[in-house]
Design a protein around this ligand. Sequence first.
Ligand SMILES: Nc1ncnc2c1ncn2[C@@H]1O[C@H](COP(=O)(O)OP(=O)(O)OP(=O)(O)O)[C@@H](O)[C@H]1O
Length: 458
Amino acid sequence: MKIFNEKFLQPVLDALPDGVYITDGNGVTVGVNSAYERITGLQRHRILGKHMQDLVRDGYISNSVSLEVIRERQPITRVQTIKGNRKIVVSGNPMFDENGTLEYVISSVRDVTALLRAKHAEEQLERILTVRKEYFIDVDVHTDKAGVLTGTNTRQCYRLAEKVAATDVKILIQGETGTGKTLLAQFIHDNSLRSAAPFISLNCAAMPEGLIEAELFGYTPGAFTGASSRGKEGLLDIANGGTLFLDEIGDLPLSLQAKLLKVIEENKFLPLGGTRFKNTNIRLITATHHDLKQAIADGKFREDLYYRLQVMPLDLPPLRKRQDEISPLLTHYLNHYAKRYNTEKALHPETLEVLIHYKWPGNIRELMNLVERLVLITERSEILPNDLPESIRPLVAHSDPYSSGSLKQQVGDLERELISNALSLYGSTRAAAASLGINQSTLVKKRQSFQSINKDKM
Ligand SMILES: Nc1ncnc2c1ncn2[C@@H]1O[C@H](COP(=O)(O)OP(=O)(O)OP(=O)(O)O)[C@@H](O)[C@H]1O
């Protein structure tokens, strides 16, 4: 033990960034430095003078490189896991005296947790980039300061919206549920001259007819049984000077469509039970997921109102047609929820691949809900494909028997079905081919052959 008590040596050892652990030739601990204490959390007074075997037995150390060096009489390096799931690299070196007797084992201990994490992150990034390349994912996605992400298929829509925001032109946003219609309407309002006035939103599908009418137009005191004795301001009053966003306008009952038309044409309305018209100055933005032309043909939507509302139609495509946005949206919301729940999470590249190919019927809202759930329930920091709900996980085609007939015919039918599904899902032959793992030219040839078979059948 004597040399390590020398006054000059301990400060030198303590100045080293790596941990140092020294035993004598029998395995008794004779010295450690400050970095060792810091890395392992073991204090020197608890281990000095103790035999390595006792330290392993008492659970201070999981296994001993020094004892291995004593047995093998040669340098040994091992990676070990210590408390807090930290990884350390321990290199033990024997020191012999002039007679070849083992005098000391000097081990250096380096904490490589951060290094491994960085390497892991780098590998992850590389794999993610490979996945993106493989599936032709354009990484040219922008996020504005309000956290709105736009990719190749939505940028045009947002640019157009920005251009017309300053005017009062009526905008009809079309898109499936959860595609961001409300967000786009809010974006238009925020970029308009009305941004300091209220942005009021009402979902016409969520309420019975009487209630929508009362909400929109308000009512006078005692207008109907159960009405408040003080009456109530309608949203047309509250939104005055600002923007009124009517979501799911296709579900507005016909009687209210007539009243809304009057508001648009004359900028005035009659509250329920009222006798005097009120003036209003609102910008109207509407949205729907219905095909309004079909609703007009079915007699459910007024044609004159339709043309009034859709002076500027804006289309928000479903998320399955915005494949380049899926990965950035996942990252965006993963960080958002990880921050909210004070944790760290990352997607395994295979999980990302599954999610990029998922159809997302509930669009961005579904994506957000899924990410929030995964952040909350996944125990590891990395989200694996198995952590996904079963409805999302399998990409196995469930198919009913397509036809009777020879095996060749049935395989042909199945192939045609898969190709046509991929084409309608991804919108282009390139993306459809990538999703099926075949060349674009192969897909085009197969499609042509299906078309000629169809003609022959006709
Ligand atoms: N481009 C985007 N970037 C980031 N988040 C988005 C984007 N588009 C939508 N979201 C988020 O997705 C969620 C759903 O969007 P939003 O409510 O605007 O959809 P919607 O089409 O109006 O849905 P619904 O028709 O069901 O009311 C919101 O929380 C919104 O912030």
